[in-house]
Ligand binder design. Structure first.
Ligand code: RTP
Ligand code: MG
Length: 140
């Protein structure tokens, strides 16, 4: 088992409903430690850049609009197998398919307004962390 860092976003549907603490508690209960955290209003340019891999997908414009519809909380999470552990506690993209006890099962509103983002690989985690945080802002 390796200690890893992954990148998380608490999305606008969740900050709007004041779920930042409840979601962070779920992450912590899953053994993940918040080693960096910042509440921001993403710009359109930031959201388009961050989700660049999805720019040919039919949902891209809606996704960008959603991600700038309110504040988000960007976080770096650290722990054993943090990338996979975080994906596990997040649950499936579509909350209808998410396992009981997962963040998306409990809190997500829809396949788009699904409360959290989590990196899908260690490589992408490093890229996504660097997109939002300077090394000195992360304290392990
Ligand atoms: P994320 O990147 O946010 O952690 O979510 P994910 O890996 O589970 O899902 P992904 O396929 O990467 O999609 C990114 C986000 O786009 C929105 N989405 N909308 N309307 C749709 O059919 C649809 N499909 C995806 C969701 O907000 C999803 O988390
Ligand atoms: Mg994804």
């Amino acid at each position: 088992m390796a200690t890893e860092r992954t990148f998380s976003i608490i999305k606008p549907d969740a900050t709007r409903r004041n779920l930042t603490g409840a979601i962070t508690a779920k992450l912590e209960e899953a053994g993940l430690r918040v080693v960096a955290s910042r509440r921001i209003q993403m710009t359109k340019e930031q959201a388009e850049g961050f989700y660049g891999v999805h720019k040919e997908r039919p949902f891209f414009n809606d996704l960008v609009s959603f991600m700038i519809s309110g504040p988000v909380v960007v976080q770096v999470l650290e722990g054993e197998n943090a990338v996979a552990r975080n994906r596990e506690v997040m649950g499936a993209t579509n909350p209808a398919n998410a396992e009981p006890g997962t963040i998306r099962k409990e809190f997500a509103e829809s396949i788009e307004a699904n409360s959290v983002h989590g990196s899908d690989s260690l490589e992408n985690a490093a890229i996504e962390i660097a997109f939002f945080f300077k090394p000195e802002e992360i304290v392990g």
